[in-house]
Design a protein. Sequence first.
Length: 246
Amino acid sequence: MQIKDYQIVVLGIMIAIGSVLSTYILSNAVVEFQKLQNQTIRVTGSASQAVTSDTASWTISYSTQKPSLKESYKQLENDSIKVKEFFESNGINSNDIEFSVINSYPQYKKFPGSYNTTNEIEYYNASQSATVKSSDINKITEISKKVNLLVNQDVNLESRSVQYYVSNLNDIKIKVAAEAAKNAKERAKSLVKGTNGRIGVMTSAKLGVFQIVPIDSTEVNDYGINDTSSIEKKVVSTVSATFLVK
């Protein structure tokens, strides 16, 4: 079958019209999409809540060096008795005292004038720790100040700082994050108020890391902070949110 000239002309016209229409529709779609993209606002909200620690934990470590492993373990056994009596005499229940396993290793003699060691054992190092936890944070704090009483009993020890925790911290984080999201919306409303715009639905949100810091601190860290050295502290949360603008 032969295609006549006028049919070719008609086909060309139809193709041209279709091309123009599709370009028009596509360009309109791009414009509408760009408008939609421009009708959003991104803000960061923040919120904080003061909290008081309700649990305290304190750990002391004690060690010894003896010629034989048996003597090292015996020394730690005696020290553990002293430590237990020290805690109990200051009002700590025995169930609140947790002793770690004993860690021990040999120390080898060195060749004279050298850092290289021989196969002969010079002495044994042995260490253990004891941790107390209590909801009576004032009691734990006061006991930690009396650690010299154990030193006076020849216990070779290292005292760590008292750690303070908030037991319902996860619940508080959820509450503060919600307040930060609410604050983000209020900030967005303030920004568009002068343009007669209205804030629509939240299209995206990103929760920042939590900063748990001393009550008067302004410190922040990209990886978050979890302060355990203060009894009084605050939980800080940030939320970056995007809203539609009507």
